[in-house]
Design a protein around this ligand. Structure first.
Ligand code: PGA
Ligand code: ZN
Length: 426
């Protein structure tokens, strides 16, 4: 009989989709089964996220090398975890948390712990000769998440060209995942053709969405609504808009800088008025981090004055952290959380954040980062954890497509092929 004990752990440096060094871990069980996982990396981070540890030596990879992380995996983490039962994810993560000993993973780095934690889960599935999603979800309810897909990128992902970070679509009326991606394909391609023919296209931003030239936010929204309609879809009923304002990134000295070119500065109240107007004028059904995290009272104000179909999503506000989620819930600031495993640093803590959001009746969206890789673990996790929504960027670049493609492989195996969660009924 084969043993389920961890027999070796290795760390190595690989590169992410922006070409920066990142951590990969390989967890071996019974000298025979492996799980390998790569840490993603954010560009617009919440102030209270767990720490992404770097060597900070300006002479190597502009300060971004991760040699110490690799050393920690190959020594302390290996010494701590060899011999542990691979199916005991809670114990594996507990040992990682204890080894770090800080409340934000600042000693060994969340980019170190998350790779070992995710690789361990993959190895546990391998030992059981199954996939991660099947290992986690043995119920009869198997559905793919509703995708949220970036069409235009801005903010920190496009050198601040437009302050808002993600202009996304949600194919909320699609009957299944396959059809949803077909609708997305039509809209993404048409948007690209139109931008090119209008001389507005600079290229693509960090998550594969177009990086266009627009003077203001409403021109982008007008453009997107026209693309949705010209592609043959009805806003609200079939395809709607979703924005990640990522407002942390354009607040300076208590003011929101609304343009890169002109000196337009908004107070929190000005931004509130402006966003509320957008929500009432465009088919926006989800809005993420509408204010910087210290403006939590404005989240509440916006949520209370918005239509009930609107998702008010906390990403940088709650950073997959149960304490912050509870606080935001108590203040009635959000009705949805974004879930990013590397914001907190282990699979178990991510799962705890998700459990709490379910208990509190909050909606949740599983999300990748702007720095990604070929690792498509998150797609397995979305079905394994019965997530209703998934956000992994746009519809180009392989670090994004690998996630959508894995969803297709998973959905092919369902009895009800490509079945997808339905959330909005307009
Ligand atoms: P990040 O942003 O991965 O660059 O932090 C993604 C998001 O805000 O959702
Ligand atoms: Zn965000």
């Amino acid at each position: 009989m084969s043993s389920k004990k961890i027999t070796d752990i290795k760390g190595r440096m690989v590169f992410d989709s922006r070409g920066y060094p990142t951590v990969e871990s390989e967890v071996q069980v019974d000298n025979n089964f492996y799980g390998t996982s790569i840490s993603p990396s954010g560009a617009s981070k919440g102030k209270k996220e767990a720490l992404e540890k770097r060597d900070n030596d300006e002479n190597i990879f502009l300060g971004n090398s991760i040699n110490e992380n690799i050393f920690i995996i190959n020594n302390q983490i290996k010494d701590t975890l060899v011999g542990v039962n691979i199916e005991d994810q809670v114990l594996i993560d507990k040992k990682l948390i204890e080894l770090d000993g800080t409340n934000n993973k600042s000693k060994i780095g969340a980019n170190t712990t998350i790779t070992v934690s995710m690789a361990s889960l993959k190895a546990a599935a391998a030992v059981n000769k199954t996939s991660v999603w099947e290992y986690l979800n043995n119920s009869s309810e198997k559905k793919l998440p509703l995708p949220e897909i970036q069409i235009i990128g801005g903010g920190a992902h496009a050198k601040g060209s437009i302050p808002i970070q993600d202009f996304m679509i949600i194919p909320n009326g699609a009957p299944d995942f396959n059809t949803a991606l077909h609708w997305v394909f039509k809209i993404y391609k048409l948007a690209g053709e139109k931008l090119y023919s209008q001389n507005k296209l600079y290229g693509v931003a960090d998550e594969g969405g177009y990086w266009p030239h627009f003077n203001d936010i409403t021109s982008v929204l007008d453009f997107l609504v026209k693309v949705i309609e010209d592609a043959g879809f009805e806003p609200y009923r079939q395809v709607s808009l979703s924005l990640d304002i990522a407002a942390n990134n354009f607040k300076f000295n208590k003011k929101y800088k609304m343009s890169n070119k002109k000196n337009i500065l908004f107070s929190s109240n000005d931004l509130y008025d402006y966003l509320l107007k957008l929500i009432k004028s465009y088919p926006i059904i989800s809005i993420e981090d509408p204010f910087a995290e210290e403006d939590i009272d404005y989240f509440k104000k916006l949520k209370e004055s918005s239509p009930s179909y609107l998702q008010v999503v906390g990403d940088d506000l709650v950073v997959t952290n149960t304490k912050l989620i509870k606080n935001a819930y108590n203040k009635n600031a959000i009705n949805t959380i974004l879930v990013k495993p590397n914001q907190i640093g282990t699979v178990t803590e991510t799962s705890n954040a998700l459990k709490l959001s379910n208990e509190l009746n909050l909606m949740s969206i599983l999300s990748a980062r702007s720095g990604e890789s070929e690792d498509n673990f998150i797609s397995d996790l979305s079905v394994g954890w019965k997530m209703k929504q998934l956000k992994v960027g746009s519809f180009s670049r392989s670090e994004r497509m690998s996630k959508w493609n894995q969803c297709l492989r998973i959905g092919e195996k369902f009895k009800d092929k490509y079945a997808m969660h339905k959330i909005w009924n307009f």
